[in-house]
Design a protein around this ligand. Structure first.
Ligand code: GAL
Length: 703
């Protein structure tokens, strides 16, 4: 059946309901009728209809109460321009809903139909060499193409009109993993020129901000401004390149907004989200997430650093949570099997590890976990990307782990409801600095994200929760704020950090901080530029040193190998905490400590390959901040905490293949068995314990 059929059509509310995104945070468990959101990404369109009932039964038995559907099904829904068919999706929903399974629908714009490209070839993105990508993959579209935006509006309006009052649809995922590719076509160039005009108002202001005097790149008309496309020697003005990254992020945001506005107008009672990508740097998620009701992201622990050794995606979880001011979030794609496209990309993980990873998501603040995907595809590029089930639909060991987790999360829902991660420490992530380091990577071997991990991992080893803050976040509640390599800053951020310290906060800065202004132009002040006074140091010499030739001596007498960079610090008001051990600057300051107002500022001039260096450093800074650190946890064990009024919920996660023992600060109850656990808690291999404080004066929170 074709044509616009609105079975569920009711009157569109007269008032545009945009407020949910900024109003009271959405309580995900309440939104899902009191249930923890436990789901799978399901593609009914790829399977015989006769299979659906069996699937829904198996899902229900595993505790699944929602599915994400249809995010790549544009051509099924709009087989020809303006002719829509939702029959198949209606029938799939009917089967699922009958098993108590609701749906988050994807708007299918990540995979436009082949007919759309035939009709409008220019909707395809253009690469930096001026060649359009050919049809055949997905996400190949240009955000600045009006035909694509019109087609987007049409499909989103039709699908929202059809499902806005469907009792089995609770919300929307916009597109799929927005971000790349960047489009370098003429329309994008005009859009960038207009963006620049809005930002700078006059060409004089732009030329000055970008320093276009260099190489005589001064622009005399807006239309002369290029994109950072392929040039000889691949050279571009870093100021232009940074603004282009901001423009690209803003364009992505505007595209999401276009869809969100339609959905909110037509379906104000349904919630809107987007599946994001953790540490992906292409989008400023803090800004983007102003437009969603809650954050969702795609979590594939096997792609993260040391996933079998340590807490893998912990930092990505915390960044995602921080990108909407620590509101609880959900994982829209939780790894449900081995990843792989044309090759399998690793060794199989123990089924228990899939369960531990799901708990890790919960431990970091997820109120929803949805596995990618229900079943491995028989077709297409992702034949080797395992779902929970394999193509034969056999309820295998991964299914059993998922079912066990589903049952347990059902039991834990009441306890979890309303609890949050509360952290005494925040890690400041600067999207501008990340982009600037991508534009000019500084020195071979330097990685901004590794700097983040250096500090983050040290706090996590000490069992301390860490929030990720963005320049716009409120820092005032944190005892400590770590701002590694704060390369690009503006005066607002400098003032905010300075007030934070003066009011008693402890700030840790590291090398290459204060080097550039907001236009990606190098300061003419003595480094660390705007932070020189706060840090109480001057830097007149530095060494980009690589290959672990240098070492840092201290804190204490220990020698720690370094891997990159040495800022040779000259204290003005600061005290020396560590010095360099080798070469012509041996004995010069490498780490300093400066008392400012009621607070402290640490400046770390180099990067060490030794985790002990960071353990020592944060121990010293934590002591100054009266922040107690827990004993170091065994390697491969993570401790994460959620809390609510007087109740602590501890997740002790063992990622290793052997039993581990963790000494805790007090006696806790096992939230699943209700039994008291010993002070020294034993966690079997690839397992997790959820522990809680007894409710005040009563029995354990959960039996
Ligand atoms: C995700 C994407 C999914 C699927 C998965 C496995 O990034 O959102 O659609 O492609 O990766 O490749």
């Amino acid at each position: 059946m074709c044509g616009i059929v609105s079975v569920y059509m009711l009157a569109v509310p007269a008032v545009r309901t945009q407020e949910r995104a900024s109003a009271k945070p959405l309580d995900l468990i309440e939104w899902n009728g009191g249930k923890f959101l436990y789901g799978v990404d399901y593609y009914p369109e790829a399977w015989e209809e006769g299979q659906w009932e069996k699937d829904a039964t198996l899902m229900q038995e595993a505790g699944i109460n929602f599915v994400r559907l249809a995010e790549f099904a544009w051509v099924k829904m709009e087989p020809q321009q303006g002719r829509f068919n939702f029959d198949w999706l209606d029938r799939a929903l009917q089967v699922l809903n009958a098993h108590g399974i609701k749906a988050i629908l994807g708007t299918p714009t990540a995979s436009p139909p082949a007919w759309l490209y035939e009709k409008y070839p220019d909707i395809a993105a253009m690469d930096p060499n001026g060649i359009r990508y050919r049809y055949g993959s997905r996400r190949n579209y240009c955000l600045h193409n009006p035909d694509f935006v019109a087609a987007t509006r049409r499909i989103v309006t039709a699908i929202a009109e059809h499902y806005r009052d469907h009792p089995g649809v609770i919300g929307w995922q916009i597109d799929n993993e927005l971000g790349d590719p960047k489009c370098f076509d003429p329309l994008s160039r005009v859009a960038f020129q207009k963006w620049c005009q809005r930002k700078y108002q006059t060409l004089d202001a732009l030329n000055k901000a970008w320093g276009t005097v260099f190489w005589g790149h001064t622009y005399q008309a807006w239309s002369e401004i290029p994109l950072p496309w392929n040039t000889l020697e691949n050279a571009h003005n870093p100021s232009l390149a940074l603004d282009f990254d901001r423009f690209q992020s803003d364009s992505t945001h505007a595209y999401l907004d276009t869809q969100a506005a339609i959905l909110r107008t037509m379906a104000p009672h349904q919630a809107v989200t987007h599946n994001e990508m953790g540490l992906y740097a292409g989008v400023d998620y803090y800004n983007l997430n102003r437009s969603v009701d809650f954050v969702a992201w795609d979590n594939y622990p096997m792609f993260e650093k040391d996933y079998a050794q340590y807490n893998g995606p912990g930092l990505a979880h915390d960044l995602m949570r921080g990108s909407k001011n620590n509101q609880n979030y959900m994982v829209m794609e939780q790894q449900g099997g081995l990843p792989g496209w044309s090759t399998f990309s690793g060794r199989q993980a123990s089924p228990g590890l899939y369960r531990v990873w799901a708990y890790q998501s919960v431990a970091h603040g997820a109120d929803g976990v949805c596995y990618f995907r229900w079943r491995t595809s028989r077709y297409g590029t992702e034949q080797y990307w395992q779902g929970v089930l394999d193509q034969d639909s056999f309820p295998n060991s991964r299914y059993k782990a998922v079912a066990q987790t589903g049952k347990e999360l059902g039991q834990l829902t009441e306890l979890l409801h309303g609890s949050k991660v509360v952290s005494p420490v925040a890690l400041l992530v600067s999207p501008d600095s990340r982009w600037a380091f991508e534009i000019q990577p500084l020195v071979e071997g330097f990685h901004y994200d590794r700097q983040l991990h250096d500090f983050y991992d040290a706090f996590r080893r000490a069992g301390v929760s860490v929030d990720v803050a963005f320049p716009e976040s409120d820092f005032s509640a944190y005892r400590m704020l770590v701002a590694p390599a704060l390369f690009v800053t503006d005066q607002t951020l400098v003032d905010k950090l300075s007030a934070y310290v003066k009011n008693g906060g402890t700030l840790i800065l590291s090398f290459r901080s204060g080097v550039k202004d907001e236009h990606n132009v190098v300061t003419n002040r003595t480094l660390p530029g705007a932070f020189a006074e706060l840090a109480g140091v001057a830097i007149h010499d530095f060494d980009p040193q690589i290959n672990e030739e240098q070492e840092v001596v201290g804190p204490g007498e220990s020698h720690f190998p370094t891997c990159v960079w040495s800022d040779i610090l000259e204290p003005t008001t600061a005290k020396i905490v560590a010095t360099y051990g080798k070469g012509y600057y041996a004995g010069k300051a490498a780490v300093t400590e400066n008392g400012v107002g009621k607070g402290w500022v640490y400046y770390v001039g180099s990067e060490s390959t030794s985790p002990f260096f960071y353990d020592r450093l944060i121990a010293r800074a934590a002591q100054k901040s009266s922040l107690p650190l827990n004993a170091t946890l065994p390697q491969g064990v993570e401790l994460a905490v959620r809390q609510k009024a007087g109740v602590k919920i501890l997740f002790v996660l063992n990622y290793t293949d052997r039993a581990q023992t963790v000494a805790l600060d007090q006696v806790y109850h096992n939230a699943l068995t209700g039994r008291q656990e010993p002070l020294e808690v034993k966690i079997p291999a690839f397992d997790v314990k959820v522990l809680t404080t007894p409710s005040p004066g009563g029995p354990p929170a959960v039996r």
